[in-house]
Design a protein around this ligand. Structure first.
Ligand code: ADP
Length: 483
């Protein structure tokens, strides 16, 4: 990996403004999923280092919250600018540790910076209320305050954007943050810390602790100083963290699993639907929580859609994300490949019709062929579980009511997508879908201005947007008497 600025690759944790090794001196190796090569090592920190980071955050909090929103915005704006200026290096770092194609990695870096830029501005607009008083001699005032020390735990599928989406609003609101990035992708997180330091984020306001998820997560969730935990990852781990936060009643933001339905109605523009389905399904090799997981196609257009879709999927180029033209990189690890393999085997054993792919890719490592299976039914595992890989299962449906019922038949409720040109149907289906986000005639919905988040067991809270700020604020009511 040839970085223009090699100092962006840091192999130490960043605690209270100091680059540091783990107390026990141990490290954890990080490998490139496309080649198996060693990318570097990260310190294997645990509870003690996390406690120090939390205490440092608490010590840094009063000065950070005392700054004006405009002063904080100036620092954050600089951080965002530095991220954008270093897009090439940050993208290469990301592709090397995570596997996604370089073009997607560059897109994520810019997308990631946009959250810091947006919230830097939004921080200036945090406002309260004055309420009509029921008493002649008292006034009722509502103010918003930063909640306090925040802990963040982030996944490997978006190694940059899942961090900035949390750190942006936290820091803009006046809160310090201690972050634990995923074990597979610590270097993107640490590079963000390098740039935060350069931008002038004060020591303790943003710390990155790498290492044991259980030990770090245990400290983050039990330490009473931490007022809020923000987590993106699987529903299972989210549930566990929620439980661990219960004794100290922490405020929670949880962005958990999805099982997104993608519905193609018979009046859809089929070419547009194919394009949207490819973008939604195969981006990041199918490893996003908003990826189309179940594709429902209405009976009348089923075969036509399947044919066009397979033709388009067969054009995807699998390979090392750093190679030009590659559109699908490797999966994150062997376990991820196994899950896709199991879902394929289960679907085929229960009568699914393999239209494309279906097996590990000839490139080896954790590469998997872009796969399409038709005649999929609700009895198959792909119907209930998030595949998190490049497998598109095509279900058949007949009526609108059936499509909505099938789409909602899951404990998840993050994103849904559908294609139709009929305005009545668009309203009815949008309102009928049980999900926090609905993409109509588009497969890409995420940006910093829109509220990202789920209902049901897909989580709590919203990230991005004017609503995302609320997750880092608490309301104070002041009753001013003696007037
Ligand atoms: P994924 O399937 O995306 O890897 P996980 O929920 O396992 O989802 O991981 C998301 C993040 O949660 C990662 O940073 C991971 O290290 C962390 N994590 C996993 N298990 C725990 C745990 N028991 N306590 C705290 N964090 C955890």
């Amino acid at each position: 990996m040839q970085l223009k600025d090699p100092t962006l690759l840091r192999q130490q944790a960043y605690i209270n403004g100091v680059w540091t090794d783990a107390d026990n001196g141990k490290t954890h190796a990080v490998h490139n999923p496309a080649t198996g090569e060693l990318v570097g090592t990260m310190p294997d920190c645990g509870a003690a280092e996390t406690r120090r980071a939390i205490e440092a955050a608490n010590a840094a909090w009063p000065a950070w919250r005392k700054k004006t929103a405009k002063e904080r915005a100036a620092v954050l704006r600089k951080w965002a600018d530095l991220i954008v200026e270093n897009t090439d290096d940050l993208a290469l770092l990301m592709t090397t540790e995570q596997g996604k194609p370089l073009a997607e990695a560059k897109g994520e870096v810019v997308f990631g910076a946009s959250f810091i830029e947006w919230f830097a501005e939004e921080g200036k607009r945090v406002a309260g209320d004055t309420l009509a008083s029921p008493w002649p001699d008292r006034r009722l005032i509502v103010t918003k305050e930063p909640i306090g020390v925040c802990a963040a735990i982030t996944p490997w599928n978006f190694p940059t954007a899942m961090i900035t989406r949390k750190a942006g609003p936290a820091l803009a609101a006046g809160c310090p943050m201690v972050l634990k990035p995923a074990e597979a992708t610590p270097f993107s997180a640490l590079a963000l810390a390098v740039l935060a330091e350069r931008a002038g984020v004060p020591p303790g306001v943003f710390s990155v602790v790498t290492g044991s998820p259980k030990a770090i997560g245990g400290e983050m969730t039990s330490n009473p100083i931490v007022r809020k935990l923000t987590f993106t990852g699987s529903t299972g781990v989210g549930r566990l963290l929620m439980e661990q936060c219960a004794p100290t009643i922490k405020k929670l933001s949880l962005e958990l699993g999805g099982n997104a339905p993608f519905i193609v109605f018979d009046d859809a523009d089929l070419d547009a639907a194919v394009e949207g389905a490819i973008a939604s399904k195969y981006r990041n090799a199918g490893q996003t929580c908003v990826c189309a997981n179940r594709i429902y196609v209405q009976d009348g257009v089923y075969e036509a859609f399947a044919q066009k879709f397979v033709a388009a999927v067969s054009k995807l180029k699998v390979g090392d994300g750093t190679e030009p033209g590659v559109t699908q990189g490797p999966l994150i690890d062997a376990k991820a490949v196994l899950k896709v393999e199991e879902h394929v085997a289960d679907a085929l054993a229960k009568g699914g019709r393999l239209l494309l792919g279906g097996k590990r890719h000839a490139l080896g490592h954790s590469f998997f062929e872009p796969t399409v299976i038709a005649d999929v039914t609700p009895a198959m595992r792909v119907s209930d579980e998030e595949t998190f890989g490049p497998l598109a299962p095509l279900f058949r449906f007949h009526t609108d009511e059936e499509a909505v019922a099938l789409a909602n038949n899951t404990e998840f409720g993050l994103a849904s997508y559908f294609y139709s040109r009929d305005i009545g149907r668009i309203w009815r289906v949008s309102e009928g879908l049980e999900s926090g986000m609905v993409g109509v005639n588009t497969g890409l919905i995420s940006n910093e201005i829109a509220p990202f988040g789920g209902v049901k067991q897909s989580g709590l809270g919203r990230e991005g947007s004017i609503y995302g700020m609320e997750d880092y604020l608490v309301i104070k009511y002041i009753c001013l008497g003696g007037i």
